[in-house]
Write a protein that binds this ligand. Structure first.
Ligand SMILES: NC(=O)c1ccc[n+]([C@@H]2O[C@H](COP(=O)([O-])OP(=O)(O)OC[C@H]3O[C@@H](n4cnc5c(N)ncnc54)[C@H](O)[C@@H]3O)[C@@H](O)[C@H]2O)c1
Length: 349
């Protein structure tokens, strides 16, 4: 690990899937992450695994981001002791289907947490922000690959709306506070796990995302995977997405912080994806070729709200951040399988 000290970074939602991998990348790059999480969708045991992996003890504030003032008063003395150079804001609810059923919870949590983060920046004088946005802000784009200049389409879910609204809030905030700067990282589909198999994605309950569902189905933990839609206008009829290894994504956050250090007043959206469209069928075949494990699956009708295909133009990430993915799709699926295989039976949904 690089021990040079580049500054302390507040990582909201840092115990979650992408947050925990980003904590490792921050430490490797010489930043000092301080986590803030209420464990709504994660477990404190991730802190022990981070310790095992990095050899460093990680500080985590157990707190709810929506409690703006109470958390501010806990952050203030920490900031006085060692100032926060920036914030990476992951904390949010993220299940599209659940957001349709429980929209108010999504608006309350995702917009409430966003408001708090911006308030903390204002009150404490923290100038850099990296925000977890999503390709859902594009809806079904008119042209592919989709670049950051593509017009936003109406989001297909309350979750998508919260990402669009958070982006607007950050834009307005930076305009009013030009000494601040932000990068809105629009993730495509993060998959995989840390190569050590010490960190990975463990959804509470039955997985919503394709790869954790696939690995749990391959392990026989849950019923066969349903491939939703086989009549899309794509080469094999199944939906096409852009899958990015979570460690590559994590590194993108560090590079975004480095980039922001000398860019006051900027609010820049940047895609992070593999720039490659992969169909559900291709994903299943690549998984079996990479791991030798068959995936029990069946086909079903299209799911409401799913777009046919979306994949990223990542030219800007390369130009501005010097970022490029290093892991292949097969690597990501092998790592996801290694993670699945070490999970104890007690993790079974
Ligand atoms: N995983 C994906 O497919 C994906 C794709 C695009 C964008 N994103 C965004 O990336 C971010 C991280 O996603 P993830 O996959 O790591 O999700 P995750 O659920 O694993 O991590 C989110 C973390 O935030 C915490 N959290 C939620 N609300 C909180 C609150 N009010 N206060 C404190 N902590 C809170 C949860 O406990 C969890 O640890 C989210 O903003 C998500 O919307 C994820």
């Amino acid at each position: 690990m690089n021990t040079a000290h580049k500054g302390r970074i507040l990582v909201t939602g840092g115990a979650g899937y992408i947050g925990s991998h980003t904590v490792v990348a921050l430490l490797e790059a010489g930043y000092e992450p301080l986590l803030l999480d209420n464990f709504a969708n994660s477990s404190p045991s991730v802190l022990e695994r981070l310790h095992t992996l990095t050899g460093q003890s990680i500080t985590c504030l157990e707190a709810d981001c929506t409690q703006t003032d109470a958390v501010l008063e806990r952050l203030r003395p920490l900031h006085v002791a060692i100032p926060f150079a920036g914030i990476i804001h992951f904390a949010a609810y993220k299940a599209v289907g659940e957001s349709m059923a429980r929209p108010l919870e999504y608006y309350h949590n995702n917009l409430g947490a966003m408001t708090s983060v911006l308030r903390w920046m204002e009150e404490l004088g923290i100038s850099l922000l990296v925000f977890s946005s999503s390709c859902t802000v594009y809806g079904q784009p008119e042209a592919l690959p989709v670049s950051e200049s593509a017009p936003m389409q109406p989001a297909s879910s309350p979750y998508g709306h919260t990402k669009q609204m958070c982006e607007q809030m950050i834009g307005d905030f930076v305009r009013a506070n030009p000494s601040c700067a932000a990068v809105l990282l629009r993730y495509f589909n993060p998959i995989g796990a840390h190569p050590s198999a010490l960190l990975g994605e463990l959804p509470l309950g039955r997985p919503n995302n394709l790869v954790p569902y696939l690995t749990q189905a391959a392990a026989g933990w849950i019923p066969p995977l349903t491939v939703f839609g086989t009549d899309y206008p794509t080469p094999d009829g199944t939906a096409v997405r852009d899958y990015i290894h979570v460690c590559d994504l994590a590194r993108g956050h560090v590079q975004a912080l480095d980039y922001l250090a000398h860019k006051p007043g900027i609010c820049q959206a940047i895609n992070l994806g593999a720039s490659e469209g992969v169909s559900v069928r291709q994903l299943i075949d690549t998984f079996t070729a990479a791991t030798g494990a068959p995936v029990p699956h069946q086909t079903g009708p299209r799911r409401a709200g799913d777009v046919a295909q979306v994949y990223a133009d990542t030219t800007l990430a390369t130009q501005l951040l010097g970022w490029q993915p290093q892991f292949s799709l097969a690597d990501a699926l092998r790592h996801a399988w290694a993670w699945q295989q070490q999970l104890p039976e007690t993790s079974r949904p």
